[in-house]
Design a binder for this molecule. Structure first.
Ligand code: SF4
Ligand SMILES: [Zn+2]
Length: 190
């Protein structure tokens, strides 16, 4: 696995400063390099990584390096969150740069901007707006979290299954298909 996030120059008295010395992700490669690239666990770890990048003092240098060094790699050769962007977001960024198109906010940015991570993995929606328009589609906060975490449309109503009213942590949401599967499992486990 690419352990780029754990790289740091050896501590010798004479060595020069490198921006990686101040990387906020140092030692957290597992969070920044999730095994899967979809699903609720992926979303949860990616959001945590992005929040760390948001406050990282060397974010610009990190993103500049990623964009400069990964240019020749295909999307499959890009790994992990770097400079606040996922591999897929960096691929889209290359494509826009090539075509001279300005950067729009991603769906994930829309979610991050309006949420706050709480303890125990809960996520709070922090703004009064409950309708997010993105690329010609409207999302409720729960639909936004669901769209980021899964690649399928929800069946029926989305609900928070963690007991915290209004929680929009993707891994705490259920749709009718998931609730049906769970009650089926319970019935047969009883
Ligand atoms: S911007 Fe993110 S990936 Fe880059 S050094 Fe900072 S925390 Fe690590
Ligand atoms: Zn929750």
């Amino acid at each position: 696995m690419n352990r780029l996030h754990d790289l740091r120059a050896p501590d010798t008295a004479a060595r020069a400063y490198h921006w990686r010395d101040d990387a906020a992700c140092f030692g957290r490669a597992a969070l920044f390099l999730p095994r899967k690239d979809y699903g609720p666990e992926y979303l949860a770890s990616t959001l945590k990584a992005k929040r760390i990048c948001e406050n990282c003092p060397v974010r610009k240098a990190c993103l500049d390096e990623a964009m400069a060094t990964e240019r020749a790699d295909g999307e499959g050769g890009r790994a992990g969150v770097r400079g606040g962007l996922t591999p897929r977001e960096r691929t889209a960024r290359y494509s826009r740069q090539r075509r001279g198109i300005p950067e729009p906010a991603t769906l994930l940015d829309q979610y991050l901007r309006r949420t706050e991570a709480l303890d125990d993995g809960h996520v709070r929606w922090t703004v009064s707006t409950n309708n997010i328009a993105y690329l010609g589609r409207q999302y409720t906060p729960m639909q936004l979290a669901w769209a980021l975490a899964t690649r399928r449309e929800p069946e029926g109503l989305l609900r928070t299954g963690c007991g915290l009213a209004g929680c929009v942590a993707a891994e705490h949401l259920t749709d009718a298909a998931m609730r049906r599967a769970r009650s089926h499992t319970k019935r047969y486990a009883a």
